[in-house]
Design a binder for this molecule. Structure first.
Ligand code: F6P
Length: 342
């Protein structure tokens, strides 16, 4: 059996740990051969491959990024894309494919699987918003990076009696903001699921200063002010790749707070630092278990599934479960954090 492996979408700490586990178990236990497809779906679409075996996987467990490269290529947006993929898989002698990616990558995998391509999915995103699994690898690393940043910002905020606004990733879901905000003792967490009231935020900023502590406000990149509060969002502009830029909510929030309260405010945008570098032990462990189970599914000739964490078990669920509705922060989870606001 010859198995193709690809990683698609935004990179994520732990991708290499998945690749390593897939290859190690595949070679040692099942005697499989492997081929790496470069840059997500671009690899099978254009027939761009690289050698992949135990040798290529040596030393990659703690390395961030992906040795296979990644892209957001969507073969369904390309004329004849599906036919080109099936032809290139056949040309590479591939019997099965392991696709590691988020909503978009697994969405393509789901459609290809419906058209008979033998594919197994592995879910990934630092945002932790895929509904089919309790956690995705990469999330824990992102939360730890954001928490360390918050810890550091407390001391400089207090020394200068400033408001510090920390913008974290999360276009649709506020999981990183919520977990890092709680772990880092933030005085406010603003998430996309709950439009915020700028008057209430400013009132809590004032209260916080009365207790001699400087406010740390953690805001998801996708958070928006509620209508009618007088704080207007610039509409998202698209960059050259069609990705919506939300216009820097952190910067605009800091300016708005400064204008309204007269307190000095600064914004820190953590951006891609949350996605780079070495994965935490938890993410390595989860990614490794996902990889072991994904190649197990291939060995069982069980296609059209993705691996998922349910409690402490790694299970196989239909691929479509990873691409259904996003898993968002619920009102009760958000309410729990609000005890610490202000
Ligand atoms: O989905 C993962 C993610 O890191 C989001 O949190 C973020 O909005 C987006 O990717 C950034 O994408 P890009 O790397 O294309 O700018």
């Amino acid at each position: 059996m010859r198995v193709g492996v690809l990683t698609g979408g935004g990179d994520c700490p732990g991708l290499n740990a998945v690749i390593r586990a897939v290859v190690r178990r595949g070679v040692k236990e099942f005697g499989f051969e492997f081929v790496g497809f470069r840059d997500g779906w671009r690899g099978p679409l254009e027939g761009v491959t690289m050698p992949l075996g135990i040798e290529q996987c040596r030393g990659i467990l703690p390395r961030g990024g992906t040795i296979l490269g990644s892209s957001r290529t969507n073969p369904f947006a390309v004329e004849g894309g599906v036919e080109r993929i099936t032809a290139n898989l056949a040309a590479a002698g591939v019997d099965a494919l392991v696709a590691i990616g988020g909503e978009d990558t697994l969405g393509v995998a789901t459609k290809l699987s419906e058209q008979g391509v033998p594919v197994v999915g592995v879910p990934k995103t630092i945002d932790n918003d895929l509904s089919g699994t309790d956690f995705t690898f990469g999330f824990d690393t992102a939360v730890n990076i954001a928490t360390e940043a918050i810890d550091r910002l407390h001391t400089t905020a207090e020394s200068h009696h400033r408001v510090l606004v920390v913008e974290v990733m999360g276009r649709h879901a506020g999981w990183i903001a919520l977990h890092a905000g709680m772990a880092g003792g933030a005085s406010e967490v603003l998430i996309p699921e709950q439009p915020f009231d700028i008057d209430a935020v400013c009132a809590r900023v004032e209260t916080r200063f009365q207790t001699q502590y400087a406010p740390i406000i953690v805001v998801s990149e996708g958070a928006v002010p509620a209508d009618g509060t007088g704080m207007t969002m610039q509409s998202g502009e698209k960059d050259a790749f069609g990705h919506v830029r939300l216009g820097g909510i952190g910067d605009r929030l800091a300016k708005e707070i400064e204008d309204r309260t007269g307190k000095e405010a600064r914004a820190v945008v953590l951006g891609h630092v949350q996605r780079g570098g070495t994965p935490t032990a938890f993410d390595r462990w989860l990614a490794t278990r996902f990889g072991l189970q994904a190649i197990g599914a291939v060995a069982d000739v069980e296609y059209g599934v993705m691996v998922a964490l349910r409690g402490t078990d790694i299970v196989r669920v239909p691929l479509s479960e990873g691409t259904g509705e996003l898993k968002l922060v619920g009102p009760s989870e958000y309410a729990e954090a609000q005890v610490f606001f202000g």
